[in-house]
Write a protein that binds this ligand. Structure first.
Ligand code: 3PG
Ligand code: MG
Length: 402
C-alpha cells in the first residue's frame, strides 16, 4: 500500500458541498458529561477548516459499543453538545445517522454550518460494512473525509464501504497520525528505540516481531518483561508472567539478535507482596525477586539504563507502560522515563511518538503529554499499525471509489 496515495481536500473546492466527515467522537462520558475531550480538541482544526471554506459539514461517528439498535446511554447528543461548546458555535444534531432525520438535518445546513448525526452503531449495517447502509450514508455527502485514524482498524461501513462510494480524502488529524508513525517506522533518524510495555507478551507478539525488524533498541518493560525473564530461567516470584509464551519470548530475542536489534530488559524492579495502593514496596535486582513478591514496576537502575539508551537514540516510539502505573507507587518508573524522554525531546535531541490508551494515560499522569513530538489519539489502530498491518480505513482512502 503506497501511503503517498493519501490525499487531503487541500485544493479541492468544497464550497457549498456536503462533506461527510468520519470523526471519532468515541470519548469518555460520565453522567452526561465528556470527561476527556482530547479527541474532540484534535478534531477541531479540520472541522473549522472545512466550515471556513464554506462546506456543509456532516459529522458521523460511533460511540461506545451498542448492539446495532438505539440505546439512550450511547447517544452522541452529549458529545455533540461538547463539540458545540468547543467550537463556540451552534452544531445541529440529528437523531439518526441515515434516513429522513439525517437527510432533513443535512438539507437544512447552510454553507459553513456543521451537523453531528446520531451514533452509527445504532444500525447493524455499520459494523457489518453493509453496502446498503453505506449507500444510505453516501446519500448525505458529495465528498467523504476520514479524520478518524483511531477507528481506521475497523472495516466498517463508515470507514471502509462509504470511502469506496464517494470521492474520499484523508482529514488533517488522520494525516498527522499517519505521518507521525511513518516518521518513526519508515524513515526514522537513527538510532531508533522502541519502548514496549504492558501486561502481557501474548497480546504484543505481532508488535514485537514487527518492531525488531525496524528499530535498533527494543526496551521491554511491564508485566511482559517477566515472561522474557522466565525464558532466561530467572525466577520472578509471584509476578504476572505467561510461562506458555516463554518459547515465544526466546524466539523474539533470537530474531532480534539476528537483526542486530538490542533487546533491553530491566536490571532491577519494584516488588511488593500484592498489587495494592500503598502496599509496602521495595527495590530489588531482578535476579533476586523473593518467592512471595511480585514485580510491579521497573527499578531506578533500569530507568537510568533506559534513559541512557534513549540519550544515544534520535527517535523513540513508545507503547505500553513499564509498571502498574495506575496504582501508587508503581507508576514511578514509567513517569521518570517519560520525563526523561520529554526532556530529550524539548532539547531537540529526540523525536518521540507515543500511542495507545494506557500509554497516553501514563504520559498525562506524568504531565508530559504536550512535550512529546506526537501523541496519538488512537489505541487499537495505533497498535495494529505497529504490528505492520494494513488498516482498512486507510487502505479504502487510497483505493478510492470502486
Ligand atoms: C477506540 O476508542 O479505540 C476507537 O474509537 C474504536 O472503538 P472500538 O474499539 O469500539 O471499535
Ligand atoms: Mg478500542
Amino acid at each position: 500500500m503506497n501511503l503517498d496515495g493519501l490525499k487531503t481536500t487541500a485544493g479541492v473546492d468544497v464550497r457549498a458541498k456536503r462533506v461527510l466527515v468520519r470523526a471519532d467522537l468515541n470519548v469518555p462520558v460520565k453522567a452526561g458529561k465528556v470527561t476527556d475531550a482530547t479527541r474532540l480538541e484534535r478534531l477541531l482544526p479540520g472541522l473549522r477548516d472545512l466550515a471556513g471554506r464554506g462546506a456543509r459539514v456532516v459529522v458521523i461517528s460511533h460511540f461506545g459499543r451498542p448492539k446495532g439498535a438505539p440505546e439512550a446511554e450511547f447517544s452522541l447528543k452529549p458529545v455533540a453538545d461538547k463539540l458545540t461548546e468547543l467550537l463556540g458555535r451552534p452544531v445541529a444534531f440529528a437523531s439518526d445517522c441515515i434516513g429522513p432525520a439525517a437527510e432533513s438535518a443535512v438539507a437544512a445546513l447552510q454553507p459553513g454550518q456543521i451537523a453531528v448525526l446520531e451514533n452509527l452503531r445504532f444500525h447493524k449495517g455499520e459494523e457489518k460494512n453493509d453496502p446498503a447502509f453505506a449507500q444510505a450514508l453516501a446519500r448525505l455527502g458529495d465528498i467523504y473525509v476520514n479524520d478518524a485514524f483511531s477507528t481506521a482498524h475497523r472495516a466498517h461501513a463508515s470507514t471502509e464501504a462509504v470511502a469506496r462510494l464517494l470521492p474520499a480524502y484523508a482529514g488533517p488529524l488522520l494525516m498527522e497520525e499517519v505521518d507521525a508513525l511513518r516518521r518513526v517506522l519508515d524513515r526514522p533518524e537513527r538510532p531508533v528505540a522502541a519502548i514496549v510495555g504492558g501486561a502481557k507478551v501474548s497480546t504484543k507478539i505481532p508488535v514485537l516481531t514487527n518492531l525488531i525488524a525496524k528499530v535498533d533498541k527494543l526496551i521491554i518493560g511491564g508485566g511482559m518483561a517477566n515472561t522474557f525473564f522466565l525464558a532466561q530461567g530467572v525466577n520472578v516470584g509471584k509476578s504476572l508472567a505467561e510461562p506458555d509464551f516463554a518459547d515465544t519470548a526466546r524466539e523474539i530475542m533470537h530474531a532480534a539478535k539476528s537483526r542486530s536489534c538490542e533487546v533491553v530488559l530491566p536490571a532491577d524492579a519494584v516488588v511488593a507482596a500484592k498489587l495494592e495502593a500503598g502496599a509496602p514496596a521495595r527495590i530489588c535486582p531482578v535476579l533476586e525477586v523473593p518467592a512471595d513478591q511480585m514485580i510491579l514496576d521497573v527499578g531506578p537502575k533500569a530507568v537510568s539504563h533506559y534513559s541512557d539508551v534513549l540519550s544515544r537514540c534520535r527517535t523513540l516510539l513508545w507503547n505500553g507502560p513499564l509498571g502498574a502505573f495506575e496504582i501508587a507507587p508503581f507508576g514511578e518508573g514509567t513517569f521518570q522515563l517519560a520525563r526523561s524522554a520529554a526532556a530529550a525531546t524539548r532539547a531537540g535531541r529526540l523525536t518521540s511518538v507515543a500511542g495507545g490508551g494506557d500509554t497516553v494515560a501514563a504520559l498525562n499522569a506524568a504531565g508530559v503529554t504536550g512535550q512529546f513530538t506526537y501523541v496519538s489519539t488512537a489505541g487499537g489502530a495505533f497498535l495494529e499499525w505497529l504490528e505492520g498491518r494494513e488498516l482498512p480505513g486507510v487502505a479504502a482512502l487510497i483505493r478510492g471509489p470502486r
